[in-house]
Structures are given as C-alpha cells and as structure tokens.
Design a protein around this ligand. Structure first.
Ligand code: FE2
Length: 201
C-alpha cells in the first residue's frame, strides 16, 4: 500500500483585527503538528501491519482510532485559516448563503447570534456551519475535539476553533466571547458564500 504524505498548506493571511500575528503564528505551528501526525499515524499503521499484523493488531486498532482526531485537526484548521485569507469581506445580502441562513435563523444577524451562542459552549471544540444539500438546509453544530459530533459528509461552510490555543495569546478564557466576535469580524464572507454555492442542491 502506498502512503500519501500530506504537506502543510500555506495561507495568505493579512493582519487581522483583534487576532494578533503572534496568535496566528503559534496556531499555524500547531496546525503543522496535525499534518505531521496524520503522516506519522498512517506510516505506523503500515509499518506495524507489514511487520506483524497479528502481533500488533491492538496497536494498529488504536492508531486507527486516533486518525480521525489528527486528520480532522488538519482539515478543520485548513478551513479555519482559508476563510481568513483576503481579509474581512462583508457578506453579499443577495448571496444564496444569506437566503439559506435567513430561512433557518430569521436573518443573517440571527445566524451570527446563534453561532456565537454555540461558540460559548463549555469545553474545547469547534463550531461548524454546514450545508445540508440533501435536507435543503444548513446546520450549526458543536464539535468536541475534531472528530466527535461531525455531521456525516456535510460540506463545511464556516468553522471556528474554540480550543484555548486558538485565542489565549490574545484573550483570557473569560474573554472567549471577544475572540468569537473578533473572528467573525475577520471572516471573508465571499469565501464562505462560495463554499455554499458549490453544494447547493
Ligand atoms: Fe487550533
């Protein structure tokens, strides 16, 4: 079996408002760790399988259990940083995304309020806005760690990292709401709207 080696993506990030360059630098290093560990886990599964798959069956199974954490950690951070590229861009009120958000949450502002409330969930995790082409709607979900609670195969539209490493260079835990506000103010909504266009049914 040939193992594909993932490489860290680079992001063209502007100076953000309310999220410092140092915070981003620290966070990007952490992202690279996920990429490294995706490769590491998959190589270890291959090596142990080729060495003695019966003897190492338990170790191989435990490595497989960890893959979702590392792989989603890699991919979720790619969504996170990509949506900040190009700097803050206001949402187009005529975008199909806004229509879908308005149908679900009453208005775009209603969505922002809901997304922020979910972001204040206790513990570390992510908030993800998904498109659901089959259901003809969108969903906002809390994801513990990176792999627990993901909605099966739904395309990710917007993702905020609510692990403390994502904001503690700039904000105290009690200031989590300020981080969410800063993040939402830096989002390039053109990128988010385009993600939605790709999965309209
Ligand atoms: Fe993170």
């Amino acid at each position: 079996m040939r193992i594909h080696r993932y490489k860290p993506q680079t992001f063209d990030l502007p100076t953000l408002n309310g999220i410092s360059d140092k915070q981003i630098e620290v966070h990007l290093e952490l992202y690279k760790g996920y990429v490294k560990h995706v490769n590491h886990i998959r190589e270890q599964i291959k090596d142990l399988t080729e060495t003695d798959s019966a003897k190492y069956a338990y170790a191989i199974a435990e490595l497989r259990r960890r893959l979702g954490f590392e792989f989603n950690g890699m991919r979720m951070h790619e969504y996170y940083f990509t949506q900040l590229e190009g700097g803050a861009q206001a949402v187009d009120p005529d975008a199909a995304l806004v229509q879908a958000l308005t149908e679900k949450y009453g208005s775009f502002e209603g969505f922002i309020e809901h997304f922020t409330t979910v972001g204040m969930t206790r513990g570390v995790g992510w908030v993800i806005l998904y498109a659901d082409p089959k259901g003809g709607t969108v969903h906002t979900a809390w994801i513990s760690e990176h792999e627990l609670g993901q909605l099966g195969s739904l395309p990710v539209l917007l993702a905020i990292d609510m692990w403390e490493h994502a904001f503690m260079v700039d904000y105290l835990p009690a200031e989590k709401k300020q981080y969410i506000d800063a993040f939402l103010n830096n989002v390039n909504w053109e990128t988010v709207a385009k993600r939605f266009e790709c999965c309209e049914s």
